[in-house]
Write a protein that binds this ligand. Structure first.
Ligand SMILES: [Zn+2]
Ligand SMILES: [Zn+2]
Length: 278
C-alpha cells in the first residue's frame, strides 16, 4: 500500500479559486498521477485557512486574506469524488475548542495537523518570516518543537504534518549547532503519548533544505517510541502526487518500518508499505 493523504488541489497562490481547481477534471489529473505512481489511497487535505469558517479560530491577516471558500462546499465536492476527505488544519493555541467543533461537525476521513506559525510569524512563509524577528536558531527551534508537541497533545488531529518544518530554509536561515536530539526528544515524547501518526513527507525534497521530513534522528526516535507513520507528498500540483516516493519508501525500509497508516472516517489501520511502481 502506498498513500498520499497530505495533498492540495491547488497551489498556495492568489487566483487559485475553488471554481477553477475543485473540478472533476482537476481531480482526474490527480487520480491519473496517482495511478502512474502506484499510489492506491489518495486523499485531499486543503488548507483550513482558505475557508471562511477558519476565521472563527484565528484572525491572522494572512488568514483574513485567504479565507474565501466554504468548508462545507469543499467537503461536499470531495465526497462526490474517489478521494478521501481530509483537511490540513493549523494548531491554533487557545482555539482548541473551536477547532474540535469545526472538525467534529464534518465527516473527514482524517485531519492533518500542522504547525506553520509561532505566534504571528511563520517558519515557512515569506512576509511573515519568524527569522526577521529572531536570529537565534536555538530559540526558534525550541519554540517550534514545543508548538509541535502541543499540536500532538491537543488530540485534535490524526496525522502530524511535516514534523520538522522549521528546517525548511536549510542554510538560507540560521541553524542550531550540535545534536538536534535535544529539540526532538520532548516532541517525540508528546507524540508517542498522544497516539498521533507522524507524516513522512517528500515535500522537503522540493524545498531549500532538500531532504525528507522528518530528519532521520527524529524518525528514529519515533520508531523507538512505536509511533506509526503516514506517507504523503504535500502535492500542490498533480505532478507532485507520489513525488520522490522511491526515497520515502527506501527511508522507511531503512528504518525498519514495514507498515503505514490508512484512514477512513477518522479510524486508522496499518497496511503493509508498498513499493513505488515505474
Ligand atoms: Zn503545511
Ligand atoms: Zn500542505
Amino acid at each position: 500500500m502506498l498513500t498520499d493523504y497530505h495533498l492540495h488541489l491547488r497551489p498556495d497562490e492568489e487566483g487559485t479559486t475553488a471554481e477553477r481547481y475543485f473540478t472533476a477534471e482537476n481531480v482526474d489529473r490527480y487520480l491519473a498521477a496517482a495511478a502512474e505512481a502506484g499510489v492506491e489511497e489518495l486523499g485531499v487535505s486543503e488548507h483550513v485557512y482558505r475557508f471562511r469558517q477558519a476565521l472563527d479560530l484565528w484572525r491572522h491577516p494572512l488568514w483574513e486574506e485567504n479565507a474565501q471558500d466554504d468548508l462545507d462546499a469543499y467537503c461536499e465536492f470531495v465526497q462526490g469524488t474517489p478521494l478521501r476527505l481530509g483537511v490540513e488544519c493549523d494548531f491554533v493555541p487557545g482555539a482548541e475548542e473551536g477547532t474540535a467543533e469545526l472538525l467534529g461537525a464534518r465527516d473527514f476521513d482524517y485531519v492533518v495537523g500542522s504547525v506553520h506559525f509561532l505566534g504571528e510569524q511563520a517558519v515557512d512563509h515569506p512576509g511573515w518570516d519568524v527569522w526577521e524577528h529572531s536570529a537565534d536558531p536555538d530559540e526558534v527551534w525550541r519554540r517550534y518543537f514545543e508548538a509541535l508537541a502541543d499540536c500532538a497533545r491537543s488530540g485534535l488531529f490524526d496525522i502530524l504534518a511535516h514534523p520538522d518544518l522549521v528546517k525548511v530554509w536549510g542554510r538560507d536561515r540560521p541553524l542550531p549547532q550540535g545534536e538536534l536530539r535535544r529539540f526532538y526528544e520532548p516532541a517525540v515524547e508528546a507524540i508517542a503519548e498522544s497516539g498521533i501518526a507522524v507524516e513522512v513527507s517528500t515535500a522537503g525534497l522540493r524545498k531549500p533544505i532538500g531532504e525528507l521530513y522528518p530528519a532521520r534522528g527524529f524518525a528514529e526516535l519515533c520508531v523507538e517510541a512505536g509511533v506509526p507513520f503516514a506517507l504523503s507528498s504535500d502535492a500542490h500540483l498533480p505532478e507532485h502526487v507520489g513525488f520522490a516516493y522511491e526515497s520515502a519508501v527506501g527511508y522507511l525500509d531503512d528504518l525498519g518500518v514495514g507498515e503505514i497508516c490508512v484512514f477512513e472516517r477518522r479510524e486508522r489501520r496499518l497496511a503493509p508499505l508498498g513499493s513505488r511502481v515505474g
